[in-house]
Design a protein around this ligand. Sequence first.
Ligand code: ADP
Length: 187
Amino acid sequence: MRLLLMGPPGAGKGTQAQIVAGLLGVPHISTGDIFRANVSQGTPLGREAKRYMDAGEYVPDDVTNAMVRDRLGQQDCTPGFLLDGYPRTLDQVTQLEGMLADLGCNLDRVLELTVDIDEVVGRLVKRAADQGRSDDTEEVIRRRLEVYAEQTAPLIENYAQRGIMAEVDGMGSVDEVTDRLRACLGI
Ligand code: ADP
């Protein structure tokens, strides 16, 4: 199963992606997690990414695409994968198509978690307090939601036209949302 999970910041993508990837037995590939790991290790990629992340902007496509190409080429992705937080721009959609074509495979499903925006801001402010993420201040959160609406929401239309897209209600408890995702995927 090759799956994409989308949704605005704070929709609970990361939490659900980890659970669903575990159920499917495929790697959970989160571009945000990979960037954060590079930031904390102080790699050149991390130093470059941090400037954008701290401002709530997307890391440039060429940097992100190269990183995902490298990750999808690793052996554990052969049986499938769950992508979380990528693609987020139309350029990334096109680049991902190229990577999948090179690997001789296709995306099976794209799921979008939908949420209430006030609920999302509340969740992110709480996460900032719990985890101390430097991109979870209220100002940066608002910018990330704007960037999502501008750049990433149009991708939904693109995948919807291909008939592989489904929306899943992201409101409620973690278990409730997981149950909806499982029902949608038939697992
Ligand atoms: P969120 O979904 O809450 O924004 P993520 O952990 O997915 O959190 O991403 C954190 C930050 O990492 C983003 O704001 C952005 O700067 C960067 N990032 C993650 N994925 C991508 C991507 N596909 N393209 C560009 N930047 C990305």
